[in-house]
Write a protein that binds this ligand. Structure first.
Ligand code: JFZ
Length: 442
């Protein structure tokens, strides 16, 4: 009996330990999640000293370079045209409502003034300007939220326990010490969260560097996450680990694929946290001179809308040039997306899945008691239809269909009809657009 009581007590204390550990998002965090979801459209920026080589952000690894030689590029990093306000204005003009910026990528170079390393903007470049401070101020002035990409993996530090990548960078490798590296990361994250105003999210990457270790590697993520939440409970945490979400995370990300897609997210469980898909406009994240293969602005609009129709944000990447300018090709696309967003933004912001499966002509999004039909391809007869049953999720089982209104955003009212259990909308001839949006409401 005594044994039984003791083991019951042990079980209880174990359970309460779990309960204590379990992450409970703060009210402010839940509000931040909502805002993050409402924003729906963000711009990713990959910028670092790798941009100088114009070969993408993986060049240190892919080029088989020695890190000490590579680091000399910092001595010439003087992005004379860098103007944070200009960047933020170009991004804002697209309709994007937030930016995610690479504070430190796998090459280990910090784009901000960090006290825990000299391999940063202030101590290693002639430019000596804190890029992140300038960006944060411009974002504040323009009302754009700012998130930070932060790499867990590091290809240059001696204390980083070497994983799958970063083997040929000339590290001695005899000082690998995760405790030391972990304190370094905690110190940097504290700087990022306290010196630059209110930061929306930390976007982790690099987990995959240790995902196939023979002995499972412990990144001590719960400790890292609670470190962040103890500094700013509202700060959202996401991690590009390509797995189902871990405890302590506040949003789930999908790289180069929609949630439920058939690419890199194939088979991955979709959480009920806010979702964010990230994608490049061309092929690479960091500036790559030979990569001019950009999606058109129409394709980008459709990608954004598809993401929203799956209940996800889109984080679309831009890789600034070494001189500090955004590539003209990217600026042009941002401007064109903005033209579409100016008219149709209400079908994106605050919207989510409508419960209407994809059609030959396009997809649907919804907000409150409105459904937005996104017509990518107007059928030849100018008519689209949706089974009434698919609209029940938003309008209920038996709405008074006679009273339904259909309007083309930025255009005229169109007449909806109910025929054989379908809502039929006759669009007729329309001027070309990547996406004609029909708002359905009562
Ligand atoms: C990562 C970064 O490596 C890349 O440079 C960029 O920042 C992107 C947004 O995120 O991309 C990945 C992520 C996962 C793997 C490889 C690259 N992986 O699982 O092998």
């Amino acid at each position: 009996m005594k044994r039984l009581i003791l083991s019951a007590l042990a079980l209880l204390s174990l359970m309460s330990a779990w309960a204590q550990d379990a992450y409970v998002p703060s009210e402010s965090n839940l509000a931040a999640r909502e805002k993050f979801e409402d924003n729906r459209f963000g711009v990713f920026i990959h910028w670092g000293i790798y941009s100088m080589f114009a070969q993408g952000e993986w060049y240190l690894q892919e080029g088989g370079l020695n890190a000490a030689e590579y680091a000399k590029a910092a001595g010439g990093f003087y992005p004379a045209s860098f103007d944070a306000r200009e960047w933020v204005k170009a991004i804002k003009a697209s309709g994007a409502r937030y930016i995610c910026f690479t504070s430190r990528h796998h090459d280990g170079f910090s784009m901000f003034d960090t006290a825990v390393s000299d391999y940063d903007m202030i101590d290693s470049t002639p430019f000596k300007r804190d890029i992140i401070a300038e960006l944060a101020q411009a974002c504040r002035e323009e009302g754009i939220a700012l998130n930070f990409y932060y790499s867990l993996a590091d290809w240059t530090r001696e204390d980083y326990p070497v994983g799958k990548t970063g083997h040929n960078t000339g590290r001695k490798g005899n000082a690998q010490d995760y405790d030391s590296y972990f304190s370094f990361m905690k110190a940097q994250l504290a700087e990022l969260l306290t010196k630059y105003g209110d930061i929306g999210a930390i976007w982790f990457d690099g987990f995959w560097d240790h995902d196939s270790d023979p002995v499972p590697f412990d990144w001590r993520l719960p400790e890292l996450y609670s470190h962040i939440h103890s500094i700013n409970p509202a700060c959202l945490i996401g991690n590009n680990h390509h797995r189902a979400v871990f405890p302590g995370e506040d949003f789930q990300m999908f790289e180069r694929d929609l949630p439920g897609g058939s690419g890199w997210s194939k088979g991955r469980e979709i959480s009920n946290l806010p979702l964010e898909m990230c994608q490049t406009m061309n092929g690479m994240w960091g500036y790559k001179i030979a990569d001019q293969n950009y999606m058109s602005s129409g394709e980008l609009v459709r990608l954004l809308v598809r993401a929203v129709s799956k209940g996800s944000n889109l984080l679309i990447n831009v890789g600034p040039q070494p001189d500090g300018n955004l590539p003209q090709a990217a600026v042009a696309r941002l401007a064109e997306m903005g033209e579409w967003m100016n008219v149709n933004g209400e079908s994106v912001y605050g919207c989510g899945a409508a419960g209407v499966p994809e059609k030959d002509w396009g997809v649907a999004t919804a907000k409150d008691d409105k459904v937005y039909l996104h017509v990518f391809d107007v059928p030849e007869n100018g008519i689209i239809s949706v089974p009434l049953s698919e609209l029940a999720g938003v309008f209920g089982q038996k709405p008074r269909w006679k009273k339904i209104k259909a309007e083309l955003l930025g255009g005229a009212a169109v007449k909806p009809e109910v025929r054989d259990g379908n809502l039929v909308v006759t669009l007729g001839q329309l001027s070309p657009s990547a996406d004609h949006v029909v708002r359905l409401s009562f």
